[in-house]
Write a protein that binds this ligand. Sequence first.
Ligand SMILES: Cc1cc2nc3c(=O)[nH]c(=O)nc-3n(C[C@H](O)[C@H](O)[C@H](O)COP(=O)(O)OP(=O)(O)OC[C@H]3O[C@@H](n4cnc5c(N)ncnc54)[C@H](O)[C@@H]3O)c2cc1C
Length: 480
Amino acid sequence: MSAAVPVQSVAVIGGGLSGSLFALKLAKARPDYRVTIIEATRRLGRGLAYGACSPRHLLNVPISRMEVGLTPGFEDWLEDNPTAQDDLAAALEESGGDLHSVFMPRALFGAYLEERLEAAIVIGPGPGLTVIRGEAVGLLARPARGVRLSDGREIAADTIVLATGNLAPGTPGGPDRWLYDSPAFVPDPWAPDAFDGVAPDDPLLLLGAGLTTVDIVLKLGAAGHHGPILATSRRGLLPQVHEAGGAWPAFLEAALPASPRALMRLVRAQVDAAEAKGIPWQRVFDAARPAIPAVWGSWSIREKRQFLRHLRTRWDVHRHRMAKRIADALQAEIARGRLEILAARLRGYRRSDDGIEVTLTSRTGGERRFTAARIVNCTGPRRDVGGLAIPLIADLRDQGLALPDALGLGLETENCALLDSGHRPSTWLFALGALTCPQWWEITAVPEIAVQVDRLVGQLANPEAAHLSAGDFLDLGAGI
Ligand SMILES: Cc1cc2nc3c(=O)[nH]c(=O)nc-3n(C[C@H](O)[C@H](O)[C@H](O)COP(=O)(O)OP(=O)(O)OC[C@H]3O[C@@H](n4cnc5c(N)ncnc54)[C@H](O)[C@@H]3O)c2cc1C
């Protein structure tokens, strides 16, 4: 018997959380479609976040926020999974028995997603969810649409969804750029060979003090590194810590703050009011979160730029928090003198007999010298795709199929449809996750991505239905 002919073929480039979740949900909503995930690496559902991690790396949101609408749910899966029981018991003890608010190892979430995919994948032609291993390097737009792979294969598709996720970090600015070409510089701390040749007592300088730095300090510690680490950023602010309990009502939707300063004033007033009632300030940020795409979308480019220049760091350290267990582990490293966080500006690098001597001016004014065996780029994923030489992105730009945004945050989209170089939304080319940052701003973590995925699945599963308006599409309200 010959296989049924799919009514639509959809290619999803990238099999991390965004691409996998989208493909699973679309294949379920439309069993008559052929949905193909194209993934460059060996494992599905992992990406950087849930793949390149040790057991000490915990999710940075509680498990209740990692529910993405699959069956079984993550919580149920954890309870039934023998390999998760030790971690679950430890986390439950820490949370006082409240399952919803526990923080579990990130690798378990990756295993959960991978299992859902393995159960759903079909082999052979016809409708269903399939996977192709390969790197997408270009798109075919006409006469027929499809995806070109680095090995020369061409995958036909009516609709294409880019879910290529987090880019490797960009090269930092600063003085003495020769350093970035030297073997002492680690350009991507997630690369498999990033710390090859680093001795356990080597002193290290980490550029950045955000979640990547937190991850790398713990990863190195788990691998036996015990040398001194200096982590530096302009403000020297570590991510804040999660705290459970309390609730705070939505407060931004009624009147969107007209400027970044108005947003911060409003948030500060709400934090004061919450704390006066004994409610953790974290609930105020949680309450703000669903309205952020609408607030961001209401600002002019000047206001967005102001936010990025003056408020982004402070916003990020409060919004993207770490689990208490992680914060405790980090504080222990600081207390025993292995880790120091320094608010400073880099002044220069100099080769010395012992490695690279770095000169910094601390925010409080003093000069500081530190000799490091390696300088590690922990500045976080690069967002600016403007001049990027990644083949797929370069091909999209060259064909005029995509438009990098003016603020260097990703690609211009309208309800996930890519805008072409003439600012027209595509009818067949879409994006999910990090690439859509210019329209959503807050589209990093699972809760927001899950809502975005549901909206796009709804749209592509029912192409005849009226499209959601931009406001409805971006309204995260009930979703997180
Ligand atoms: C270290 C880290 C920890 C995080 N922890 C959390 C957390 O605890 N909770 C949370 O909510 N969020 C967390 N995040 C945020 C994270 O970005 C999202 O949760 C989510 O993983 C993003 O998934 P994605 O699929 O969009 O991107 P990615 O996970 O980056 O996946 C993209 C995939 O696309 C593939 N790909 C890229 N280009 C191509 C190509 N040309 N051809 C074929 N395949 C390609 C890549 O190989 C990759 O598998 C974390 C992020 C990082 C970096």
